[in-house]
Design a protein around this ligand. Structure first.
Ligand SMILES: Cc1cc2nc3c(=O)[nH]c(=O)nc-3n(C[C@H](O)[C@H](O)[C@H](O)COP(=O)(O)OP(=O)(O)OC[C@H]3O[C@@H](n4cnc5c(N)ncnc54)[C@H](O)[C@@H]3O)c2cc1C
Length: 431
């Protein structure tokens, strides 16, 4: 009997990777460089591009190949804000500080859009706006507050929908209403990473894939970076490994909390179905504790659906079945739409749920993008490069925040699967 959930051609690799060219042969790392950048996602590549354009010798050391980490696995949503949950954060940090963080996120958004357009990176950039759905009336109230904050600090515009009027945005009765945030963007995340890598390389940066950094030591006035392909001497080092920060970087590992996030792609749907599910074509997220997100695939009538699950599945098929069940809870009509792809990646949180950049024992870092790294990693990579270049405007509001360490929960989020189950339970219990 045919499988109702998995397409016969099912793959447990990212749907996004289908559009990529085969990675070029990795460059050999030179013996010396001015700036060694550990990690070849948006953050490291953006830093490399800015440094190379300023005439600096920038070397990206990437364990797999450029873009391999979360930067080619995410949903491609480009937010103007920080993550959802702003109202909760306001209680901890106060309105004034939150306003400065939101303004920084808006600057990250503006810079990323400008970069993609200026560099002519073909990555299906669109500005459809976003619908944020609330699972219950209390969460809808939180969203209405968030919209006010977004209007005040990020110059955003939008509107609040109740359960009835949300049908203009969503072909589902699952939610209690939601908010629209106009003008937020979306892109093909892997084509963006590939385009950024090409621009950095064309500008003169060296991208050394298959080059895991095993240790970074002080040597003379600079650093000796031990890699799987030999040592590199560097004047400066930037760490941009985000959720993939491993035990080889112990000074950073216990400051980031990696959480698994997963997605599925459905088989192509007919145009009428996708228009019924997403009548305005906006990208969507919800503000449930378990956090789901979905969008139409660029250039194709498929639904891409994901969640910040924290789950570690036995295999890709189990991951696909679990996400398919979550998708049909939101869109019961999708029960017969089979998954062609299911994949996971790692999102990095910090203990204060904010991105961090700074200098630790002489090593620069930009870490903990908190699920908004497409714009935030692009921006903070650029900012850290400006800092190395000694440019006056290099600062960000995140520079001076203490980057707290917690050996119990950071580095290896052993608690995430249990927490995900508990959060699912709370989401179900709350009316
Ligand atoms: C399923 C999913 C959905 C998401 N959705 C969105 C979204 O819609 N919008 C958004 O803005 N963000 C989203 N995110 C988050 C976003 O993808 C990340 O914040 C962003 O990609 C981080 O970029 P980065 O360059 O900092 O890290 P990464 O892209 O993760 O790159 C880090 C790299 O470091 C390398 N590395 C690690 N250790 C070493 C070492 N020792 N030596 C050499 N290399 C090393 C890794 O191989 C990896 O490639 C999502 C993430 C996931 C997983």
């Amino acid at each position: 009997m045919p499988d109702p959930v998995l397409h016969p051609d099912f793959k447990d690799t990212p749907y996004w990777w289908e559009a990529l060219d085969a990675p070029p042969p990795p460059a050999d790392p030179p013996e010396r460089t001015e700036v060694a950048i550990v990690g070849g996602g948006y953050t490291g590549l953006s830093a490399a591009l800015t440094l190379a354009r300023a005439g600096r010798k920038a070397l990206v050391l990437e364990a797999e190949h450029p873009g391999w980490g979360a930067s080619s696995r995410n949903a491609g949503l480009i937010t103007k804000l920080l993550h959802t949950g702003l109202a909760r954060m306001e209680k901890h940090v106060g309105t004034e500080a939150l306003g400065r963080y939101i303004a920084e996120a808006a600057a990250a958004f503006a810079y990323t859009i400008e970069l993609i357009e200026r560099e002519q990176i073909a990555c299906h950039l669109t500005r459809p706006g976003r619908f944020v759905a609330a699972p219950n009336p209390r969460k809808l109230k939180e969203l209405a507050n968030e919209l006010e904050l977004a209007e005040r600090y990020a110059d955003a515009t939008g509107e609040v929908h109740d359960k009835k009027s949300q049908r203009r945005e969503l072909g589902s009765n699952h939610y209690a209403g939601g908010i629209v945030i106009e003008g937020t963007a979306a892109a093909h995340p892997a084509l963006y990473a590939q385009g950024l890598a090409r621009r950095a390389e064309n500008a003169g940066a060296t991208l050394a894939g298959g080059c895991r950094v095993a240790a970074i030591r002080r040597e003379g006035n600079g650093f000796r970076v031990e890699t799987g392909r030999g040592p590199v001497l560097a004047d400066e080092v930037i760490v941009a490994t985000n959720a993939y920060t491993g035990p080889e970087l112990p000074q950073f590992r216990h400051r980031v909390v990696p959480i698994a996030a997963s997605m599925i792609a459905t088989e192509p749907l007919d145009r009428g179905t996708i228009e019924r599910l997403l009548p305005t074509g906006r990208t969507c997220v919800d503000n449930a504790r378990t956090f789901r997100y979905w969008r139409k695939a660029p250039g194709e009538d498929r639904l891409l659906f994901g969640g910040l699950s924290g789950q570690r599945w036995r295999d890709g098929k189990a991951r696909a079945r679990s996400l398919h069940a979550e998708m049909t809870a939101v869109f019961p009509d999708m029960a017969g739409a089979r998954a062609t792809h299911a994949w996971s990646g790692q999102v990095a949180l910090s203990l204060d749920h904010l991105p961090h950049l700074g200098v630790h024992d002489g090593i620069h870092y930009a870490l903990a993008m908190c699920g908004t790294g497409l714009p935030m990693g692009t921006w903070l990579g650029h900012r850290i490069a400006q800092c190395l270049l000694g440019e006056a405007e290099a600062g960000t509001v995140f520079d001076t925040l203490p980057f707290r360490e917690n050996r119990l929960v950071a580095g290896n989020a052993w608690f995430a699967p249990a927490a995900a189950g508990f959060y699912r339970f709370l989401d179900l219990m709350e009316p």
